[in-house]
Unconditional design. Sequence first.
Lengths: 168, 848
Amino acid sequence: MTALQDKHEKEIKHILAKYPTDEKRSAVMPLLYIAQRKAGYVTKQDMLEIAELLSISTTEVASIVGFYTLYHDKSGGKYRIQVCNDLPCALRGSGQFLEELCENLGVQVGETSSDGILSVEAVMCLAACDKAPMFQVQSHSDISYHENQTVESALQTIEKWRAEETDK
Amino acid sequence: MSELVKNEAAQNMVTLTIDDHTMSVPEGTLVVDAARSIGLDIPVFCYHPKMEPVGMCRMCLVEIGTPMRDRTTSEPILEDDGSPKIQFFPNLMTGCTFRASEGMVVRGYTEKVTAARKEVLEFLLTSHPLDCPTCDKGGECPLQNLTMQFGDGESRFIYDEKMHSAKHVALGDLIFLDRERCIQCARCTRFQDEIVDDQVIGFSNRGRALEIVTFSDPGFDSYWSGNTTDICPVGALTTADFRFGARPWEMNASASICNHCAVGCNLTFNTRREVKSGGEKIIKRVMPRQNEAVNEIWICDKGRFAYHFTASDQRLNQPLIRKDGKLVPSSWELALDLVTSRFKNAGENLVTLAGGRLSNEDLFNLAELSAHLGGDALLYSDMAGGDLVSRLGVGEGTNFSDMGPETAILVVACNLEEEAPLWWLRIKQAAERGAKVIVANPRKTKLDRSAIHNLRYEYGQEAGLVTALLSAISPKQPKSPAFVNKLAKDKEVKAAAKALSEAENTVILFGSEGTSYAASAALAQACANLLIASGHIGRPNNGLIGVWDKGNAQGAWDMGLRPSEDLDAALKTSQAVYISAADPAGDSKQYASALKKADFVVVQELYMTATAELADVVLPAQAFTEREGTYTSGERRVQRFYPAVPSLPDLLPDFGITAEIAGRLGLELEKTAPASVMLQIAEVVPDYAELTYQKLAKVEKQFPLIGREDVYYGGTSYQNSQGLGVQLKPAAQNGDSPVLVITELPEVKLSGEELLAVPVTRLLDLGNTVTPSEVLVTRLAKPHVALHPQDAEKLGVEWGSKVKLILNGSTQTVLVEFDNSMPHGVVLVPRSLGIPIISPTPATIKVL
Ligand code: SF4
Ligand code: SF4
Ligand code: FES
Ligand code: FES
């Protein structure tokens, strides 16, 4: 029951040291980052461990994972491509962009490619409405924005990632 | 909040006007509460008077204005007619988060407000399934009621775009969630979080996709889960027991009292005639009934779900007599005549043994009959001190809700949430208001979270610990054993003693964690000494409370029954034994063999218990749901319960059966009307002198004003219209001045390899009154023991594994759990799980 702790002992200690002992619960966000970095999503086991480390309930940890869109409780692609299709972006053609991107990638919205490298999600406003169509990518521990996109430019970037991954 | 309304005298009052009604309320009262306090309604969904406001649902929008003042002079600006000029906020305000201030004007019925209500409802209904015809809440549903009152007949949203979600999600074994019906008010999650401190359900996701989740194991792991179904303003949360059981309007309501523990929560039984039950009236569900001095509007899951024993198909329905070694049906006449003649012969060698779930009336008649023959009337209990509680119990007018910083509360030898859940809740809330809670127990309990001092001692030292507290405040105590002196020097103990003695009010609750009868007697006396020495007796919110093992144990003490110090011997040497509502043979082989030796055993019961199996005559009694009576709680509040369902044919109430026997022995006892028994009790038992059934049925206005007409405010808990009961004055409040009695402290000795097995209490045990409720079965504790993980390691035992437990001459296979807060060398054995344990006892554990 201590897989997370065993693997990241030092880092966890370092994080916990930043909070008063009776306010350990505040460390939940950074601990969730660590957990997510491990597998690209937070496993139930991780939630149990974090709850125990912070003396809060597993349900509370799960609620936090559920609330934030950038924490995931299910496995997905190594690159999570999050296309905004909220109203302003939609007015600038993000709907069609998303559709064509998926067609080209052979992946449905909300699903992961068979090689496990990509998943495509439709999300709400990412505060770059004026640069639509746009998407955000969540990979490893990074998040990056890709604005003023066309299907071609997006595909190019994505192919580059794919190549990097297959080289590894 | 409503509590503020109650304490008006102490508060700064402000005057405000709501819809042309002018009223005075304490400053800071929320606008919705102010309105409710005079019966005006501002509809709410997320607000609940027992919780902090969150302003999430917007149902309570109203127009709010405050008197205008001149900016330069600060003088009020007046209208032409001289009345103050009111400036209204440009937008509607949430009445649940806005606090009353001087001169405020609230408008709850303007066009603007009504339009807003209509819109909020329309919005909530966009994702609502509208399956009222099959929804359990239909008929008592705030959303349905408010839609009828304010909503529009039609929605502008596209029906096909409704959000669809799972409809039968078992959050646990007791509670089901319909995700479509949830309106995201967070009442349930806040209740679990703020009120009962079990964060086992929470929100996941957001927006329309928001849903209630549970990640505890087992799901929704809380003793309080049923309450969420009362306060959920829609039919999203339902109990496994009641869902699809009946429509609210088809049911009758009858007032009752829970007798599972010493709190005495006020209940309402909802009943209905049913074809399924051959046209008989049966209980469909148990609801809390408001009594702000007892259970407020809550009950625990034991009280809510463990009622099926009263209607079990195992109920005895005719007298049985032993013939040729077998129990065979008999007529009442024959059975009673036989009992009478044997009791007559036994005379003073009759032993009467009664359980603490009987009513005062039953116990009184039993005690009278026993006294008539000169026999002993015994209470079947391993706890002592009921006599002390009647002398030094909490004063009349005691209410946990009134306790704050001026009060200290000591809870000793008690796992309060397991032994008396509602008291745990109310003391936790007192702690939140500033009461100084001190918990003394050998291991961690949930109440530790609320305590300012957690005192640990070894099992068996409970009386010593309390004596140490006493010596810390008044050092001139007679010579105490070394461990007491050592404890008295402990910093934490000293600090706790100081808090207890300096507090204006002090209440002590003692339980039965790890105690034998002798230890309980020493503990109760030590607690009494501490209260006497510190002058905390004879006043409201001061005194001693016994966390009894049975609902009416205090009543039994008051009626003159006493536990026996040596029940085994008492049974063996009797000529006749009259047992009612107790199952000693089921609890202990020793008692079983003692009963086998007894000449003649009569058992008056609901079903065939292990004890009844050994009887010569078995007399079937009515269940408490089929008759009237009274119980006395641990706070010495006498409360009435009423019949909910008709009796099984040909059965009598316990006091009636006893009166029949007594009559044949020439003693006239009341056999039909419990109210008349109460009149006799009033003549004989001084503390009960003033009581009548009429007085017990009195009610007064309670805050918050919850009501069945506007269930959106407080939930579906019932208003109390049939009696708040009467709290008795302890002798100390009537001028009795008790003195310290120093008793010898019991010591426990162990030898060699043995562990000390100590009895502890689990709420959901395998007792006779619990197991018949099938809905609870998966939630009941399995036969298990708890060890310190290090002891377990030494023994080579793993968590969850099976071991052989040898104690009191019996061997049993049990599961092992760990508790790393408990002392070493001890094995905790929960009572009523089929493991025979009555007092601390040496035990051995063998790995299988
Ligand atoms: S389940 Fe009921 S109480 Fe809980 S958030 Fe939903 S509507 Fe509110
Ligand atoms: S707290 Fe006690 S009296 Fe109240 S419902 Fe639970 S078991 Fe019954
Ligand atoms: S709507 Fe797409 S970024 Fe704002
Ligand atoms: S916002 Fe006031 S009741 Fe919900």
